[in-house]
Design a protein around this ligand. Sequence first.
Ligand SMILES: CC(C)(COP(=O)(O)OP(=O)(O)OC[C@H]1O[C@@H](n2cnc3c(N)ncnc32)[C@H](O)[C@@H]1OP(=O)(O)O)[C@@H](O)C(=O)NCCC(=O)NCCS
Length: 168
Amino acid sequence: MATWLSDLAARIMPRASTTTRAIEPATLRDASALSALHRASFHRGWGTGEFEQMLSERNILAHRLRLGGHMAGFIISRIAADEAEILSVAIDAKYRGRGLSRDLLRTHLGYLAGHGLKTVFLEVEENNRPARALYERAGFQTVGHRERYYKDAGGEQLNALVMKRDLS
Ligand SMILES: CC(C)(COP(=O)(O)OP(=O)(O)OC[C@H]1O[C@@H](n2cnc3c(N)ncnc32)[C@H](O)[C@@H]1OP(=O)(O)O)[C@@H](O)C(=O)NCCC(=O)NCCS
């Protein structure tokens, strides 16, 4: 199917497009696709080399979301002792707003809990409403603020919230 046609089908038939979804551990071979997704989702995108580096580390856990053969999202965390920090999560813009990130996060947290981890932290830009809604619904609570922690594409300094969730 032509790309424009599959994109259109994905927009108007969300159920059909999610029947073939798979959430799986990401591997080194996903580095390039994850980088493309990250670059499209964030002002300061991570390169393929950065993903290769992270995905080769033993203390990194990453999951990919595939819809059909398409890489539609990912989540990546760094583990230290019995804590994890979610470093990044993104869903391809054309698949956002369908609850896909909820499933991705739920699966990822399940793996972290299965590894015996006790606590998960993350930082989120305070005006990022979809991300905050995602984390709050998943049981994360705000435990700190970081003033002027991020810079957007226009150079504006943005505040971050530190959020935490217990896994036990
Ligand atoms: C954040 C992100 C991963 C959410 O993915 P998603 O699959 O579109 O999110 P969902 O459909 O699961 O929705 C998550 C919540 O956000 C809400 N939401 C979705 N779009 C929204 C919008 N534009 N404004 C406000 N809330 C929104 C949903 O209603 C849902 O909340 P609910 O469960 O209380 O109804 C996605 O928007 C994204 O990739 N953003 C760019 C990268 C990014 O900012 N990552 C987070 C970095 S900390």
